[in-house]
Structure formats: structure tokens, C-alpha cells
Write a protein that binds this ligand. Structure first.
Ligand SMILES: [Zn+2]
Length: 400
């Protein structure tokens, strides 16, 4: 039974230990101990005598937090990638029966148990890559009974202590299913899906973009969700700035996600509201898009989060470390910004104050890595390099 690690290098991410020369609060020859799911010691190895029983590993960090995923999908949309690479866009893909509608069909034909089984297996693979908390959205059901089937499968997985912790998001507005007008679909979401989703999800989300949902439609649904106690996070500006960042700020959203297209006024609104920018570089890599305006977001002091966007269409990956590598390679984040964006800032963007750093009293969400330094973590390895992954004191991946 592991109850601590010794490490050549421990990243605490603790702001009280961080300074210009040590931005991630690193401790050399460190030790972290935990008991009953909480961290009881973090510091130098010589200050914790019992540490000689702990495994010795090269690098320890807080568990990674993937703050934006569509991980609850079933089926495969591999055929779309070839269409995309041949120059096709989402309209060509939709014309051949692909896209969100294909995922929706797959959810319709799967049982709730099948969906849960697929999600569990995926989350375990994500855990092997260092993820200890994962946000998971619905949004492939579209119809009320199918959205709720997805949300129940997510809730079941959330109760499983052998998986990463789950934050569940009701993606209320993703696409309009066949047989509905815009107006009748919004009315159905408000009258049927949202009331039933309230007990199953912690957040609501909507796709605010050209060819998606409008500011007014998203405001209507997100306001109703907020009045029912759900937090707000929004997909904004993936293809065009239609004012989504301002709406996220207006609604007190914890994060505005994508932002490949956001103008100065949107960035100012996010900064004033304290809304995080959740960056999704795997999607812009897949779509061949230009990066978001990272320098302007940084200058405005908008907190930066990096997430995988794991989904079967535009971000066909389960790897948060790959997203970190691309955030550095394609978006120009520093390695330190990327790591903060997948730990401390990711926790804040999910409203979680008990994780994202190694500090006494925090949840024992800890990763031991077979890597010598955190800069190796932002290289595109493509293979799991964890030696142990601990969630609330339980080792869910243990190859120490
Ligand atoms: Zn997304």
C-alpha cells in the first residue's frame, strides 16, 4: 500500500513556494506523504524520516486535470479523417453521414451499460497518461432520453473509485437533431432535458459559434441552467468570434473554451470576469487552424488552461500530455504555463479548490513519472510514462 513517494524532483505547483526562478514550486530530493486520501507532508526528504519505505521515482507532480473532454463517445469516426485530409469540411462529412450525428446514432444504438463500459476503459487509458480528474461532457445524445442516457453513464462512472474523478457537464446545445426547428429544439432542451440533467451534471455547456448556436440561444439555456445551480462553461470562437467570450463573462462562466477566434473586447471581458481560457490545441492541429491569440490572453492575465478536447471527430486523442506538447509547440505556451494549465488552473476552472497542487490538506491526487524533468512531459512521447497514478490516496495505476 503506497502512502508516499520519494522523488529526485517534486513539482508542488504551490504558489507560496513559486518564484521567478522556480515557477512550479519544485523541491529537489523531495517527499510527499498521504493518509486517508489527503496529503500530510510535502517537503525535503530529510525532514520526513519514515520516507525510506516509500518508492523512489525521478519525478512527482500533482495529478493532471483534463478540463475539457467529450470522452463519453462510442463507435469510431476514423473515416472522417481521410475526408478532412482530402480537403473536405464538416459539410462534406455530414453529407456522408458523419460528424456529431454519427456519434448520436452510435449513442442511440448502444445500451447505457455499453456506454459506461467504453467510458471506463477510456478513462483508465487517460489515467495511465497521468490524468486524475477528468471533465466529461454529454452532447452526443441530442434528444432528451439519449442525453440522459449519456449523463447517467457518466454519473455511474463518477461513482467508481478505481477511475479518475469525473466532473460531469451537460452539453445542452451541441447540434440540432433531425425533426426539430431551432426554436422547438431550444424549447425541448429547456422543458425536458435540462430539468432532468440538473441532478446529474455540475456544469452546462453550449456551442456558441457560426453554424452552431447564437448568443441569444446559449444565454437562454445557460441562464436557466445557472438558475438551477449548474456552473457554466462555453465553447466559443472555434471558427468565428460571434461574441461568445463576452457571453461567457456575462454569465460568470468558469471557462471559455477554444478561442481560436476572439477579438480584444472578448479578451477584456474574460479578464474582467476572471473567466479562464481553456485552450484545445489538438483540435486546431487536426483542423489545421491558426492558434488563439495567446500573447494577448497572457498580457490581459486571463488564466490559461490546456485540455485534450478528447472527441472522435476534431480531437481524436485521449492524451492530455499530447495537448500539453502541442500547446508548447503550436501555441507558444511555456512548458510551465502548459503544466499550470493542466493542474492548478484546470482545477480552478472546474471550481475545485482541493486539488491541482501538492500542499498539506489537499487531496492526494499524485502522479509519479518515469521522466527526469517536467520538460520531458511536454515532449510528444505518445506512450504512457507514469509509474503510479494516485487518486484521493488510491493507486489506480501502479507499476512502481
Ligand atoms: Zn469540445
Amino acid at each position: 500500500m503506497i502512502s508516499g513517494f520519494r522523488a529526485s524532483r517534486i513539482l508542488t505547483l504551490d504558489p507560496s513556494l513559486s518564484h521567478k526562478e522556480n515557477p512550479l514550486g519544485a523541491i529537489e530530493h523531495g517527499c510527499v506523504a498521504f493518509e486517508s486520501g489527503r496529503i500530510t507532508f510535502v517537503g525535503n526528504i530529510v525532514d520526513y524520516k519514515e520516507s525510506r519505505h516509500f518508492p523512489l521515482v525521478p519525478l512527482v507532480t500533482p495529478g493532471l486535470i483534463d478540463a475539457h473532454t467529450h470522452a463519453c463517445w462510442v463507435g469510431s469516426r476514423h473515416d472522417e479523417y481521410a475526408i478532412r485530409m482530402a480537403g473536405g469540411d464538416y459539410r462534406d462529412i455530414a453529407a456522408r453521414g458523419g460528424g456529431i450525428i454519427a456519434s448520436s446514432r452510435a449513442i442511440a444504438s448502444a445500451t447505457e451499460a455499453d456506454i459506461g463500459h467504453t467510458l471506463r476503459a477510456r478513462l483508465l487509458r487517460m489515467a495511465a497518461l497521468g490524468v486524475t480528474t477528468c471533465e466529461v461532457k454529454s452532447g452526443y445524445g441530442l434528444l432528451p432520453e439519449l442525453e440522459l442516457k449519456q449523463l447517467r453513464a457518466i454519473a455511474n462512472a463518477a461513482a467508481d473509485r478505481s477511475l479518475p474523478s469525473i466532473v460531469s457537464t451537460f452539453l445542452a446545445l451541441h447540434s440540432i437533431p433531425a425533426g426539430y426547428s431551432r426554436t422547438s429544439y431550444i424549447a425541448t432542451v429547456l422543458a425536458e432535458t435540462l430539468p432532468a440533467a440538473v441532478g446529474l451534471a455540475q456544469f452546462v455547456d453550449a456551442y456558441v459559434d457560426e453554424n452552431a448556436f447564437t448568443i441569444d440561444e446559449a444565454r437562454l439555456v445557460a441562464s436557466a441552467a445557472r438558475a438551477n445551480g449548474l456552473g457554466v462553461r462555453l465553447h466559443v470562437g472555434q471558427f468565428a468570434d460571434v461574441g461568445g467570450a463576452e457571453l461567457a463573462a456575462e454569465l460568470g462562466a468558469l471557462s471559455a473554451d477554444h478561442l481560436e477566434h476572439v477579438l480584444g473586447r472578448g479578451i477584456e471581458a474574460l479578464a474582467a470576469a476572471g473567466t479562464a481560457a481553456c485552450l484545445l490545441p489538438v483540435a486546431s492541429f487536426t483542423l489545421g487552424q491558426s492558434p488563439p491569440p495567446v500573447a494577448a490572453l497572457r498580457a490581459a492575465r486571463v488564466p490559461l488552461v490546456v485540455a485534450s478536447d478528447a472527441n472522435p471527430g476534431t480531437a481524436p486523442t485521449e492524451s492530455l500530455p499530447l495537448a500539453l506538447a502541442l500547446a508548447v509547440r503550436l501555441y507558444g505556451l511555456t512548458p510551465e504555463e502548459a503544466l499550470i494549465g493542466a493542474t492548478r488552473n484546470a482545477a480552478s476552472s472546474l471550481g475545485l479548490s482541493d486539488r491541482g497542487m501538492l500542499q498539506i490538506g489537499m487531496r492526494a491526487d499524485i502522479v509519479a513519472w518515469d521522466l527526469a524533468h517536467e520538460h520531458a512531459l511536454i515532449q510528444p512521447w505518445g506512450t504512457p510514462r507514469t509509474r503510479a497514478v494516485v487518486v484521493e490516496g488510491n493507486a489506480i495505476v501502479n507499476i512502481v
